[in-house]
Design a protein around this ligand. Structure first.
Ligand code: FAD
Ligand code: NAI
Length: 502
């Protein structure tokens, strides 16, 4: 029936494919075959998280080698690079989410996906405790399960430095709920400013958007806000446009410290043309209902009136990570995150592997690093499974020999197994930097790409097109690619979503 409906020739990933192939791909996608059940003879691999590190591992993992359990409070993977686009309605929230069960359902052996928050890891007894956080809690909301190997990929949370009012009044930009919350607050500001009788001063305050943090998240957020205000608000609320203002506040002397001087200057110039004010060398000391408290390096503290505050001031370790590190305090002494060895094994707990933002390594906390680490672990676990299987056979052999006369053949077999185990060399993790990209608004992006051993930098509209094509090809599924491409076309032709559903 489905085949009958597909009559057009289709282009997928730049290749021309026939309707039959397209039908086959979609059919297989929607109807994956039966999966192998859990096998009691296999080891249990527990994965905490469903973000970049965990999903990349799950995608590459040969699940026939393990009984795999994924535990995460979110039953989806979030494509974070496009999150600021969701906050202003360029993209729909669902377009950048990929259900974890979808990935799990396409594996050879079944994978158990549990929507729950891990609350404790016991590295000595090798157990994980997790809790159901939904409002419909089961009778026993907390469970503890054992693991043979644990992959710890819980990411990090937004750093607030304990600054008053941040948690209560600022919008974060880390989770899909943050983007939705920011959009709601943003639309509140606009509609309240449009309310008849609102004073000039109040309009100016409500339509002043402050972004805190000049790292890539803050820069991208300011750029996206600018696009919405210029491309949509200007035509839908023309009377409000003169009151609109965006300010980016950064404590350091410059924005984007990880990018080259050239690209920093280009971003600053673009922001100036876009009328986005940048306040560098200025620390935000507090957030109230109607303003932010600023402390510039060389002058007195003062308040800056605003309607919306987006907080993009970096990351800190989650409580569960801090608890885990405290249990291994002899080996884990870095407050930034978990220390791992060259094979991503947690120092002090060799059965735990940690990846991504929850670790403290020499790499930046990026999706690129986390996904390469996840892919590396998938390869590593293949070798570990092979090694464990040989070790099991060797142990069986030596148990069978216990107390009996050992035949030459068995000795030879044991020697051969030992040699095979020795041959399995676990290579250390090696990070390969593919470059950095950031969207800066006005259909412009900046890029720093390593080409033939040299750093190549570029900024502008062509880089923006490259940024879009790079991210659309990095999206994890055909479904996400189709949804994101559709949203971009919708925005181009009909404008951004600015209606609220509640
Ligand atoms: P995450 O992807 O954050 O995943 C953590 C997972 O753990 C989540 O599924 C979470 O639900 C789960 N979890 C949390 N607590 C628990 C718990 N107690 N128990 C079990 N599971 C738990 N990087 C780039 O390289 N390029 C970019 O363009 C880019 N853009 C970004 C844009 C934004 C707005 C943001 C916020 C980040 C961006 N990053 C980018 C950084 C990138 O998103 C992170 O480095 C990456 O997500 C880290 O992957 P991770 O797997 O360590 O953590
Ligand atoms: P970040 O840590 O890179 O930047 C936060 C900024 O906030 C810092 O520059 C800091 O000085 C500033 N800050 C902190 N407290 C402040 C205060 N009270 N007042 C004023 N400024 C304050 O955090 P970000 O941007 O969230 O990035 C986190 C990680 O994610 C980074 O590794 C980044 O590279 C990555 N990322 C990459 C992107 C890309 O490649 N396009 C996009 C977004 C994030």
């Amino acid at each position: 029936q489905t085949l009958g409906r597909v009559t057009l020739v289709t282009v997928v990933g730049g290749k021309l494919v026939s309707a039959g192939t397209f039908w086959y791909i979609t059919y297989k996608d929607r109807n994956p075959g039966p999966q192998l059940p859990f096998d009691p003879s296999k080891k249990t691999l527990v994965i905490l998280g469903s973000g970049w590190g965990a999903t990349s591992l799950l995608k590459g993992l040969d699940t026939t080698d393990y009984n795999t359990i994924v535990i995460s409070p979110k039953n989806f993977f979030l494509f974070t690079p496009l999150l600021p686009s969701v906050a202003v309605g360029t993209l729909g929230a669902k377009s950048i989410l990929q259900p974890t069960r979808y990935v799990a359902r396409h594996k050879a052996r079944q994978v158990s996906v549990i929507e729950a928050e891990a609350t404790n890891v016991d590295p000595v007894n090798k157990t994980v405790t997790f809790a159901d956080t939904s409002p419909l809690r089961p009778l026993e909301p907390t469970r503890t399960i054992p693991y043979d190997y644990l992959v710890y990929a819980v990411g990090a949370e937004t750093q607030t430095f304990g600054i008053p009012g941040v948690k209560e009044r600022a919008c974060f930009m880390k989770e899909i709920g943050d983007a939705e919350q920011m959009q709601a607050r943003f639309l509140d500001c606009i509609e309240t400013a449009a309310f008849p009788g609102t004073s000039e001063e109040e309009k100016r305050r409500l339509l002043h958007m402050v972004v805190v943090g000049g790292g890539p998240t803050g820069i991208e957020m300011a750029g996206e806000l600018h696009d919405f205000l210029e491309e949509d608000l200007k035509s839908w609320y023309p009377e409000l446009h003169p009151y609109v203002r965006i300010t980016l506040v950064e404590a350091l002397p410059s924005v984007l410290p990880s990018f080259s001087k050239e690209l920093i200057a280009y971003t600053e110039r673009t922001f100036k043309e876009s009328k986005i004010d940048i306040l560098t060398g200025t620390m935000v000391k507090g957030v109230s209902e109607s303003s932010v408290r600023l402390k510039p390096k060389d002058s007195e503290e003062h308040d800056l009136a605003c309607g919306l505050v987006v907080w993009a001031a970096g990351n800190k370790a989650r409580d569960i990570s801090r608890n885990l590190m405290a249990q291994l305090s002899e080996h884990q002494k870095n407050r930034r995150g978990i220390l791992v060895d060259d094979h991503l094994r947690m120092l002090g707990a060799p059965s735990i592997f940690a990846v991504g933002d929850c670790t403290a390594t020499s790499y930046a906390p990026t999706a690129q690093v986390a996904s390469q680490q996840g892919a590396y672990l998938a390869r590593l676990f293949k070798l570990i499974a092979k090694r464990d299987e040989l070790a099991r056979k060797l142990e069986e052999l030596s148990n069978a020999n216990d107390g009996k006369d050992v035949e030459t053949q068995k000795i030879q077999e044991a020697e051969s197994l030992a040699k095979q185990i020795e041959k399995i060399k676990l290579k250390p993790f090696h990070y390969s930097h593919q470059g950095s990209l950031a969207y800066i608004g006005s259909d412009k992006a900046i890029a720093e790409l390593p080409i033939f051993g040299r750093e190549w930098t570029s900024g502008g509209v062509a880089t923006f097109l490259f940024w879009r094509s790079a991210y659309i090809s990095t999206l994890f599924s055909l479904r996400n690619r189709a949804l994101v491409a559709g949203d971009w076309m919708r925005t181009k032709f009909f404008g951004r979503d600015e209606q609220r559903c509640n």
